[in-house]
Design a protein around this ligand. Structure first.
Ligand code: M6R
Length: 607
């Protein structure tokens, strides 16, 4: 949930560290710091607040060493403050540590270390690592870090440097991501490859329990026993501009506009000779045909993509499907058998609850498919098969393009299961695939004129609360619409299947209360219109997402946002786009930071 970076080489370290932290700020932004291991010894600078505050301080200092580590924090243990910011140091100030994750036994370790004479400066769990390394240090930092990690329980991505070994950084990980790369002028480490892609495209996604020693001469890798190992190198060909706003005012808008490309890339190469194929899943048609039950596990927006998939799989493949919030799944007693296919959906691929749920499912004998956006992420590594959504790096904390990537990938999976079960003929699959591909163009049309969306946002911006409603595919879409609005604008929003209104939520409605409805032409259109009338009769301000050409709907709404006509099963793909733009417009009108909403971070690597 934090971002870490490190560099050692022939250039000054500070500029890379600050730039790298800026790119990783989506992982946490309550404080930041760097430690430079230069000729003058270890220099540590930490600041409360965003990376910009740290950058300002660093600019006025003489930090010219060529080796250093850095950190941007999302607080878990200890409030956001300068003293709790990383890097944390040993008692003698010679060892500095940055950490992403949680040390579960830190209280017990801290007590032991204090009894042994160590003095702690912060309230963090991380500081124990600096003291453990100090205790174990006998002149070899790699061996000291290995010894220290034997005593800690929990999740960690670590980078450690020591004044006695200038130019050396030791890194290791367990359940928290770390990538390492070697460029022309030095070696790099980061929590996310986005920070290093400008310097090298050949990346090592480190495995759990692996260690790396970075020096200006290169990188050596070791297993947990200290034996040298040859790592697997992944070549990344993403556009480095992913980490830049590319002329857009914020990452969220840029990422919303990338969605037509995401749809096209996700579908590319999937229809071969009239046959749908997802080779990465590595399952034959016969094996797919044996699946008797599907369980989808995910959190947040990814859970909403799962709700969409449930409807598609049950409708097309007729396989009973459940969707579970991963944090509940792991403590429930779900029915998982060897004929259950578990589908884990996670943009980051590192959500702690989703990972724990994957492990539980595998213990119960299920086959697990991961759907993730991050190459080599824990979800990808721990699943039997993986579909990568083609969203590329998503930086805004609110998921937009990754949601569409997930929905399109899950739609393909539903079609694949229907194909394997013989529930859909190949001409039906081909027709559906064509309609699915057309959504890219339809999203482009929605993005080309946002006037109605902006007007609706102005009308709703001062509300204290809002309701999102829909039925069928529209219900799943409205859950995501409500989440977008509340997370970036801090305007309270709830979503309900529209038929549920009369069972409670309608009591909320009084004059001017915003109700945002998905009322597109489809099997439940008339039912939704009845629900709109009920809300309107009680004074609600109605905003509808409706099908182009539907003039009648105007009689039931204060604001109409038209979208092109699509197959009802693809409504979540197209109708979620105006809802993303609506949430963003309201957030901006309310003066909120749409890319970095308060209290949140992009990935939730703690339980
Ligand atoms: O990386 P994941 O997809 O596993 O993340 C799950 C949620 O934390 C995430 O979808 C979150 O709800 C979104 N950022 C909301 O926009």
């Amino acid at each position: 949930m934090c971002g870490i970076v490190g560099y050692t080489g022939s250039l000054a370290a500070a500029p890379f560290l600050i730039e790298g932290l800026r790119k990783l700020e989506y992982r946490g932004y309550d404080s930041a710091g760097v430690a430079i291991n230069g000729e003058g010894g270890l220099q540590v600078v930490r600041r409360k607040g965003k990376v910009a505050a740290l950058a300002q301080s660093v600019k006025s200092m003489d930090l010219n060493g060529t080796c250093g580590i850095g950190h941007t924090r999302w607080a878990t243990h200890g409030k956001p403050s300068e003293v709790n910011a990383h890097p944390h140091t040993s008692c003698d100030g010679k060892i500095a540590v940055v950490h992403n994750g949680i040390i579960e036994n830190f209280a017990e370790l801290r007590e032991k270390l204090e009894d042994a004479g160590h003095t702690f400066a912060s309230a963090t769990d991380t500081e124990v690592i600096a003291h453990l390394v100090e205790e174990a240090y006998m002149g070899d930092l790699l061996s000291a870090v290995r010894t220290a990690t034997e005593r800690i329980h929990g999740a960690y991505g670590l980078a450690v440097t020591c004044e006695n070994e200038p130019g050396v950084i030791i890194v290791t990980r367990k359940d928290s991501p770390i990538v390492v790369g070697q460029g022309e002028t030095g070696a790099y480490v980061a929590s996310d490859m986005i920070a290093v892609l400008e310097y090298t495209r050949d990346i090592v996604v480190m495995a759990d329990g692996q260690f790396a020693k970075l020096t200006p001469a290169g990188v050596e890798f070791f297993d947990m026993y200290g034996k040298p190992v040859q790592p697997e190198i992944t070549h990344i060909d993403w556009d480095v501009d992913t980490a830049e706003k590319g002329g857009y005012p914020d990452f969220m808008l840029k990422e919303i506009h990338e969605q037509p490309r995401v749809i096209r890339d996700t579908l590319a190469g999937r229809m071969v000779g009239g046959h749908l194929s997802i080779d990465e899943l590595d399952m034959t048609t016969e094996e797919l045909n044996l699946i008797e039950r599907v369980t989808i596990i995910a959190c947040g927006t990814s859970y909403h993509a799962g709700l969409v998939a449930q409807k598609l799989i049950e409708h097309w493949a007729r396989i009973p499907t459940t969707v579970s919030v991963a944090s509940e799944f792991r403590y429930d007693d779900p029915i998982i058998t060897p004929t259950t296919l578990v589908v884990a959906v996670s943009q980051s691929g590192e959500t702690a609850d989703t990972l724990a749920a994957i492990r539980d499912a595998r213990v119960k004998g299920a086959k697990v498919f991961g759907i993730t956006n991050v190459i080599g992420s824990p979800v990808a590594r721990e699943s039997d098969g993986v579909i990568y959504t083609k969203a590329n790096k998503e930086i805004a904390v609110a998921s937009t393009k990754s949601f569409l990537g997930q929905v399109v990938s899950l739609t393909l999976l539903a079609m694949l299961l229907a194909q394997a079960k013989g529930r859909m003929r190949s001409n039906e699959i081909r027709a559906l695939f064509r309609q699915l591909a057309e959504t890219a163009q339809q999203v482009e049309e929605i993005l080309s004129d946002t006037t109605a969306i902006d007007e609706a946002a102005v009308a709703c911006k001062d509300a204290a609360s809002a309701l999102f409603i829909g039925r069928g595919m529209g219900a799943a879409t409205s859950y995501e619409g409500a989440l977008k609005l509340k997370e970036i604008s801090y305007l309270h929003a709830e979503a309900y299947a529209a038929g549920e209104m009369k069972h409670g939520p309608i009591a909320l409605i009084s004059d001017g209360f915003p109700v945002i409805a998905i009322a597109t032409k489809g099997p439940v259109y008339d039912k939704v219109v009845s629900n709109l009338q009920e809300a309107r009769a009680r004074g609600a301000k109605i905003v509808v997402v409706a099908t182009e050409g539907d003039e009648d709907i105007k009689a039931h709404a204060d604001h109409v946002i038209y979208i092109p006509k699509v197959n009802d099963y693809f409504i979540p793909i197209t109708a979620s786009v105006p809802l993303q733009l609506f949430a963003r417009a309201i957030a901006l009108l309310r003066g909120c930071d749409v890319d970095q909403p308060r209290n949140l971070a992009k990935s939730v690597t703690v339980e």
